[in-house]
Every structure is written in C-alpha cells, then in structure tokens.
Design a protein around this ligand. Structure first.
Ligand SMILES: Cc1cc2nc3c(=O)[nH]c(=O)nc-3n(C[C@H](O)[C@H](O)[C@H](O)COP(=O)(O)O)c2cc1C
Length: 328
C-alpha cells in the first residue's frame, strides 16, 4: 500500500464555494503549495458522469495538476460506502489519481444526509467507508482522509483517527476543531499532536494558520511537518510563498498591494474565461475582496469601487485603472 512520507508539505485546503479550480489555479501559480484538494464532490444516490467530475475538478483532465503543475486530489463526501466506491472508481476511470474522504463538513444539509462531520459520531461507519474504498480502489491510488476532532466533543477523536488508519487510509488531515466549534478560534492544535502520536500514518495539521508565525506555531504544537492552509491562503495569497521562502532559507518577502492588484486582474480574467456571464466573475471577485479587506486596506478601497457594479466589463475597467494606480 502507498504510504506518503513527504516532509514539510504545504497543502491548499479544500473549500467549497471558495477555492474552486480558478482559485486553485491562481494560488498555486503564486506559489508555495505542494498540493491542493478539490472542493468536496457529494455522493448521494447517483453515479456522477464524466462531465460532473470535470466540472468540479477540471484538473482530472490535465494529469491531476493545476496549470502551474501542482497536484490536485479529488475529495468525496458521503456515507454510502458502496456508492462512494462506485463513484471513486469512476473518478479514477476518468483520470483521478488520488482520493480524499471528507469527515469534517459541518453544513446542516450535508450532515442531515449523514455526510461530513456527523460521521465522527460513528467511528465504525468511518472504518467501513474507508475500508470499502481501500478494498475497491486499485492499490496504486492513494486514499487519504480529512477529519475534525469530533461532532459535539472530542471524546471520539482518537477512535475516528484510528478507524481511518485501520480502514487503510495512507494519510490524514486534521482540522483542529469539533463540528460544534465551527470556525471559532482557537483551533486546538494540541489535539492534532495527540492524534499524530496515536496513529502511524502521516498527519497534516490544519486550522487557523493566517501568518508565518502561526505556521511555525502549529508545527511546534502539533509536531506535524505537513500543514494545510485554508482561509489564510485566500486572505493572504502569498502566505504559502512566504512559508516556502522561510523553509528554503530564503529572505521572506511580504507582498504589496501592487502585486496583489495584478493577481486580482489575473483572477478576474480566469473567472471570465471560465464563465463569461457577469454573475460568476463579479460574485467571486466581491467574495475574495470581502475576505482580503481584513488584511489589506486597499482591498476595501477597491471593494467600495465595485460594490454596486454588476457588469463584468465595467468591473474590468475599474480593476485595470486601480492596478495602474497601484503601480504608479
Ligand atoms: C468556505 C469553506 C468551505 C469549506 N469546504 C470544505 C470542503 O469542501 N472540504 C473539506 O474537507 N473542508 C472544507 N472546509 C474546511 C477547510 O478545508 C479547513 O479545514 C478549515 O477552513 C480550517 O482551516 P483554516 O483555518 O486554515 O481555514 C471549508 C471551509 C470553508 C471556510
């Protein structure tokens, strides 16, 4: 069985509705990431077509890499082990070369259908799902999983992690919160260490890394070499690059908003190339600026300029003149 044994890996988190293929493309171009994971593909009663897989994870058609060449894993969410296995095999038939399982999504609709974090109440079912997929997938396809620390409390955290290991997953990512803790700080990095000490597969630490210092702290507290960045990588698009510069012993450079403004134009162009209608590119841009304005005050300025604009062409003109201002 494949066992991933990499050191100091930096992984871009799966984030449904936020880190789609366009955001993965941009962030992996900026650099620093060793790997990324798709938004979850929900498995209910149907078997997805090739078109559906490619809609969620277009990287499948490009040797599972983003345009910058960063590997992308396909994430599945569900609770029907048999149908998940059938779907995973289809994804592999269409080209997927690594599968991750989601045991952490807190969304009520998903949990109501027995998917995501609610499964953390049932370690036996987690084992069954992982084991079924491991048995059915070809041996050369790595199977990994991502979990939270529990649903209401952390009492089953170690049991769930062991179920994932014993089921045959070759690596585990831990978002250091329960479902009930949502996204409230703090993330309990010390629990990632407990899990890391309890299992023998590699563990990736995740939760609340917003700066290089957070990265250093999560590594120290969790004892993990591998770290996953979620919201921090969207708010601070050069965070992974900074971390990689640090790890490579290079001078760590903070980006400035002139550089960020060029990424914004690039992002908008990539969104337009994906869907030329106004809604998608404009909505995605507003969503991103809304997050970045916590970190960069110029993001607030730009946000205010496009706030009421709906037409993509008009937004593009505003972006270009803003970018020019930033570079002058
Ligand atoms: C908008 C949003 C969507 C998310 N979607 C997924 C998902 O599809 N699959 C998954 O495993 N985790 C998902 N997560 C959880 C993140 O992968 C990550 O575990 C969490 O945000 C904590 O990391 P962070 O503090 O670095 O953001 C999502 C989180 C957010 C905020």
């Amino acid at each position: 069985m494949t066992n991933l044994k990499e050191n100091t890996r930096l992984i871009l988190a799966p984030m449904q509705g936020l880190v789609d293929d366009v955001m993965r493309d941009l962030l992996t171009r900026i650099g620093g990431f060793d790997e990324c994971v798709s938004e979850f593909v929900r498995i209910a009663h149907t078997v997805h077509s090739r078109a559906t897989w490619l809609k969620y994870v277009p990287e499948i058609a490009h040797a599972n890499r983003t345009p910058a060449g960063t590997p992308c894993t396909v994430q599945l969410l569900g609770s029907d082990a048999e149908n998940m296995a059938v779907n995973a095999l289809e994804a592999v038939r269409f080209g997927a070369d690594k599968i991750d399982l989601n045991f952490g999504c807190p969304a009520p609709t998903v949990n109501k259908h027995k998917g995501g974090a609610v499964l953390l109440k049932e370690p036996d079912l987690i084992y069954h799902i992982v084991h079924t997929l491991r048995q059915r997938l070809p041996q050369h396809i790595p199977l990994t999983a991502k979990m939270r620390l529990g649903y209401e409390d952390k009492s089953l955290a170690l049991e769930c992690a062991s179920a994932i290991e014993n089921g045959g997953a070759c690596a585990l990512t831990v978002h250091a919160r329960t479902k009930v803790e949502g996204y409230e700080p703090p993330a309990h990095w010390e629990w990632v260490r407990k899990i890391r000490d309890a299992v023998s597969i590699p563990v990736t630490a995740n939760g609340d890394v917003f700066s290089l210092q957070d990265y250093l702290d999560i590594k120290t507290v969790s004892g993990c070499d591998s770290v996953m960045l979620g919201r921090g990588a969207v708010i601070r698009p050069d965070l992974a690059r900074q971390i990689k510069q640090y790890e490579n012993g290079e001078t760590v450079k903070d980006t400035d908003f002139a550089e960020v403004s060029s990424w914004i134009v690039q992002f908008f162009d990539l969104c337009l190339a994906k869907e030329a209608n106004n809604k998608y590119p404009v909505a995605r841009l507003k969503q991103w600026l809304g997050m970045m304005k916590k970190e960069f005050e110029q993001a607030q300025v730009l946000f205010d300029r496009i706030r009421a604009v709906k037409e993509a062409d008009e937004v593009k003109q505003i972006l270009l003149s803003f970018e020019q201002e930033m570079h002058s």
